[in-house]
Design a protein around this ligand. Structure first.
Ligand code: IMP
Length: 459
């Protein structure tokens, strides 16, 4: 059989658990590394303002990105907001302005696919109505993500190109539809309060005139970034002088097909989403690496899902404070759970992850073993993960314990050889279980606190 041809200098990053694993920082580092070889395309294809990718700038400032991909602070990068995204134009304009102030001339070029879908205040308001009405939606970030994706399935989305065409008729029709939805659920659309970028304040959706004017006011500001990206993606993917980085948002454990249903997000959080968003141009099988980013010693989850390995609150509180486990988008305290191998294995398989980056390797406590769930039992029988909350409520996790390691020694390490032996053994254990190599670990929140996993004989 013919061997699959790999595209040189191409890599994808996805969340391997339930989000907030620290992808932003990993992508930022990779983009800056690849920039030494020439221009880098950073392609984001899913999600919208629900994401929160935190990165630390060289001067120590920490920035949470929401809609902009993480290569944005690298001058040699071109960041693409792809067709599979749902974009809130007002929030995006504010985010670009904020990043421009911080980045100055070091900002990358931004390109927004004119086919990307709009996720608007109407969607946020409708999500608010739905949250009151139904059970399943109560975990959402309130950024109107699922109603915007639902518009696509209903075949009536508003797209960036509609905004660029000043299509008032379509915008008005959209507002009236959502006004009817809200009114059907007993709410008045114009009076519903929705979140705004970078502020704790909420604003009213407003009347049709207010809504339309606010939206159209973003047209001129966004226009310089918007293009028909079909040819551009094709040309740069084929042109080997460009490096390619796929930055996924959210995580496989939040995917609407594979995550803990019903508290899932509406987008394709696997690498396959990049295939659809590039209209088949990007072949993710040809990526040099498809990297899953996971936390090394625990998992975090924000939403209403109940994970089988949820940690006792006393222990969870400690981790939450030490690792600042509060939502970058909603500031909600994150739930903390033990590492769940049955779930992670499933996400690796369906997410087609080929290697890992382990973050938060420094979250260990002297004399406290690291507990890892190695299997589930249901009615005394061994069972595997299934993407269904009801099922997961009925399983009993089985744990194995591992000795922790010295945080001080870990944080002093500059090379893999220097990390504590217990940490090395733990990494080897995860590699064996997940059947994938660990490429890098992070040993603290600072930009330079990373160690590449390089062993003699390459293993
Ligand atoms: P939605 O994406 O706003 O529809 O939210 C659906 C579920 O996914 C909720 O439980 C959210 O908390 C969760 N979620 C969405 N985006 C993220 C993220 O970037 N990190 C962690 N959880 C997220």
């Amino acid at each position: 059989m013919k061997k699959m041809k790999i595209r040189k200098r191409s890599v994808g990053y996805c969340g391997g658990a339930f989000g907030d694993e620290g992808k932003g920082r990993v992508v930022d580092e990779k983009v800056n590394h690849l920039a030494k070889f020439g221009p880098v395309i950073v392609f984001r294809d899913n999600g919208g303002a629900n994401a929160g990718h935190t990165i630390e700038l060289e001067n120590g400032t920490r920035v949470a990105l929401h809609q902009l991909p993480s290569g944005i602070f690298c001058q040699e990068a071109i960041v693409i907001l792809g067709k599979g995204m749902v974009i809130h134009p007002n929030d995006l304009v504010s985010e670009i302005e904020k990043v421009r102030t911080l980045a100055g001339t070091k900002m990358s070029r931004i390109m927004v696919d004119e086919m990307a879908v709009l996720s608007l205040d109407t969607h946020r308001a409708y999500e608010f109505c739905l949250k009151k009405w139904e059970e399943g939606g109560k975990g959402s970030t309130g950024r109107g993500i699922s109603p915007a994706y639902a518009d696509v399935l209903y075949r009536h989305p508003l797209r960036i190109r509609d905004l660029m065409r000043n299509d008032k008729e379509k915008i008005d029709k959209h507002y009236k539809l959502y006004e009817a939805f809200a009114s059907g659920l007993g709410e008045k659309l114009e009076k519903i309060k929705v979140p705004v970028f970078g502020s704790d304040e909420m604003i009213n959706v407003g009347t049709l005139d207010v809504f339309r004017d606010r939206l159209l006011a973003t047209k001129n500001k966004l226009e310089p970034y918007v293009a028909d990206l079909g040819h551009f993606i094709r040309n740069t993917w084929r042109n080997m002088s460009y490096s390619f980085v796929i930055e996924k948002s959210q995580a496989v454990g939040l995917d609407y097909r594979y995550g803990v249903y019903p508290d899932v997000t509406a987008s394709d959080t696997t690498f396959e989403g990049a295939v659809a968003a590039s209209e088949g141009v990007i072949d993710v099988n040809k990526l040099e690496k498809r990297v899953g980013v996971i936390k090394a010693t625990y998992m975090s989850s924000v939403g209403s899902r109940i994970l089988p390995t949820v940690m006792e609150e006393k222990r969870a509180v400690k981790i939450r404070e030490d690792a600042n486990e509060y939502g970058a988008t909603t500031k909600r305290p994150r739930g903390i759970a033990y590492l769940d191998l049955p779930a992670l294995k499933f996400y690796r398989k369906v997410g087609k992850i080929t290697s890992y980056v382990l973050t938060h390797m420094d979250i260990v406590y002297k004399g406290e073993a690291i507990k890892v769930c190695v299997g589930y039992k249901k009615n005394n029988e061994t069972v595997e993960y299934r993407p269904d909350q009801e099922f997961l409520l009925e399983v009993t996790p089985e744990y194995r314990e591992f000795p922790s390691w010295s945080k001080v020694k870990l944080q002093k390490a500059k090379k893999y050889d220097e990390i504590p032996i217990e940490a090395k053994r733990f990494i080897r254990f995860l590699e064996k279980e997940l059947r994938a190599r660990v490429l890098m670990i992070t040993t603290g929140p600072k930009r330079n606190q990373t160690v590449v996993v390089k062993r003699k004989n390459n293993y």
